[in-house]
Design a protein around this ligand. Structure first.
Ligand code: TRP
Length: 334
């Protein structure tokens, strides 16, 4: 990777499918970062097993996630995209960092509290250690910037604290990462409940569009989307959350402004409006779906991407981990 560019790191859990919300909110923007930054995208499978997974479904989600990333336009030569479990340095650094993390710090994590409630029959210590592993992910690569959503802010804060704590004892080992505040993508809400974000873990499938949903499924989900009763296509998040969500989606895929879109649908009913939104989304996703189908048939290519990117990640990770091992006083390897 070129040395003069800043490093962006993000981790994505392979739980479920990639939604239109992930695509318009994040992925689409990431494709614009690939020339300007050195970007690493880690498929965070070690994190995912903190919640019980079905092995076959999990493996399929992992396989398809990488292909979907490439299909949306993330170039596997410009970016480093790899599986966390293939680069053992993540787990190794995580152990070292855990010895510098206080129980109290982890007990305070809001996500841990929430997940302990949600999965009360399986409050395992991995769930507790999750933020330490995430800190290891970030710090291994001397990351400058981390694009994180609100829900991961506290974890990034911990990564910064751990880096500072370690550096204070051992000198400059870790770069102190910052949150990446880039151009924000569209905030896509659940189609049946536009007061909450579209989420891949939503049990109501009519709330979410997967970027790999076939055109007829996309059309039918949009047709069922919640609007309101006054049949006027106008943007107002407070008064018309459903319609506004559809307008946001429409503008994100067409590049129109809200005003242009409102004008286009003036005097037209919700039926026509929803159909147009669905058609625009279908057209936008068509080339992505086509590339995905090609990648699915090109196993050799995907395997070469995995091999090559794992090596690149591992080499970078080794630099940091060797330094850490030396600093804490481990015996050098012979
Ligand atoms: N915990 C993150 C999530 O669930 C995923 C993740 C793992 C991550 N490691 C990371 C995000 C490092 C940013 C940086 O969304």
């Amino acid at each position: 990777m070129p040395d003069d560019k800043k490093i962006i790191f993000s981790g994505i859990q392979p739980s479920g499918f990639v939604t239109l919300g992930n695509y318009l909110g994040a992925l689409n923007n990431w494709t614009k970062l690939q020339h300007q930054y050195n970007c690493l995208y880690c498929i965070a499978d070690l994190h995912t097993i903190t919640v019980r997974q079905d092995p076959e479904k999990f493996r399929k989600a992992e396989r398809e996630l990488l292909m979907q990333y490439i299909a949306v336009g993330l170039d596997p030569e410009l970016n480093i995209m790899y599986y966390q479990s293939h680069v053992p340095q993540h787990a190794e650094l995580s152990w070292v960092l855990s010895c510098f993390t206080y129980m109290g710090e982890l007990q305070r994590m809001t996500q841990f509290k929430e997940k302990s409630q949600k999965y009360s029959d399986n409050i395992n210590s991995g769930l507790f250690m999750y933020p330490v592993l995430m800190a290891a992910d970030i710090l291994l690569y001397q990351t400058d910037l981390v694009p994180v959503g609100e829900d991961q802010r506290q974890h990034l804060e911990l990564a910064r604290d751990l880096a500072e704590r370690f550096n204070k004892i051992y000198g400059d080992v870790f770069k102190i990462p910052e949150a990446y505040i880039g151009k924000v993508g569209a905030r896509v809400m659940a189609l049946q409940n536009p007061s909450k974000k579209m989420s891949k873990s939503d049990e109501n499938r009519n709330n979410t569009i997967a970027i790999m949903d076939p055109p007829d499924v996309i059309m039918s989900k949009f047709k069922k989307a919640v609007t309101d009763s006054d049949n006027e296509v106008r943007y107002s998040v407070e008064e018309k959350p459903g319609v506004s969500n559809l307008l946001n989606i429409y503008c994100a895929v067409t590049g129109y402004t809200i005003e242009q879109a409102e004008k286009e649908f003036q005097g037209k009913g919700y039926g026509d409006f929803k159909k147009s939104v669905a058609e625009a989304v279908i057209a936008n996703l068509e080339p992505v779906q086509k590339r995905f189908a090609e990648l699915k048939n090109n196993k050799d290519y995907i395997e070469s991407v995995i091999k090559n990117n794992t090596e690149r990640a591992s080499k970078l990770a080794d630099r940091t981990l060797s330094k850490v091992y030396k600093k804490v006083g481990f015996m050098p390897r012979v």
